[in-house]
Design a protein around this ligand. Sequence first.
Ligand SMILES: [Mn+2]
Length: 334
Amino acid sequence: MRNLTFKAACRNLYELSRRGNLALLVHARPDGDCIGSAYATAALLASVGCRAHVVCADPLPARLRFIAESSGFDPEITLDKLPEDFLPGNVTAIALDIAASTQLGQLEGKYDIALSFDHHARSTPFSDRYLSAEASATGEIVWRIAREWMRMGFIDYIPSAVAPAVYAAISSDTGCFRYSNVTPATHRTAAQLIALIPSHAEIDRLLFETKTPGRLAAEKAALDLLSFASNGKIAVCSISLEQIAAHGLASEDLDALIDIARSVAGVEIAFSIREEAAGSYRVSARSNSNVDVSSLCAYFGGGGHVKAAGCTVSADSLESAKRILLSRAERLVS
Ligand SMILES: [Mn+2]
């Protein structure tokens, strides 16, 4: 497992593309960054004659389906729907936007992963990799790969499906260019992309201004589930399996919980806690302040970014998972 330079990783990816098909693995509970990055990479690989297929432990959420559809690749990405030649054992894999092998979910340990591209500062290497913690999104790295392939003479032009998928990836991970991970380089990349794509505004509308009925139902539930600690500096939205079923909520809509929690004025740290199985609670954490939630989550064996991280807490009830989490978090806010 080596940390590769950017150029070595670009060359490595090209060499892998010469040898056969490639499975593009993304993390479980896929988001816009991993999906945009993967479909952009698939388009780039197709332009050099390499067949690639996006692969994930979970299906593509409905709200991200447009990224697959506009790039012209198969939106079915779970093992049960894959063509035979992309099943584990039959293909080499590339990992995108995956900070640790545990984020592969049910795919962990199944594929032979030759190379990984990621931007999570706090991460655990599981293959040769190129990591750029300065990149706002893995999409930013994929765009740099496409440009480097041009410079290296591997391609004569960047295929048209790459830019919209990369734009969706970056816009998604930066909250439409609003988060602290946005750098001057992010905007310079966006400027190049906007010049190339028919309608960046339509991509942003689909990502940020469109809600499925399921998402609305999740937001409604989140408002009722919200609670506070440390004089309103910590917000928690926690939900049991029973409540998820009672409200008829889909897993892909449960991001509403953390989004509602962090939107409240005065909140420095926000959490969503959801029961995944008996005794296992999935935590998402967001920081609106200087608190580093990735180190907080690392304490529980998770990771992520300084302002957005996650972990899984073992406890005997939802209430005790919340108590365990708050006992660590309360000492972090003044
Ligand atoms: Mn990302």
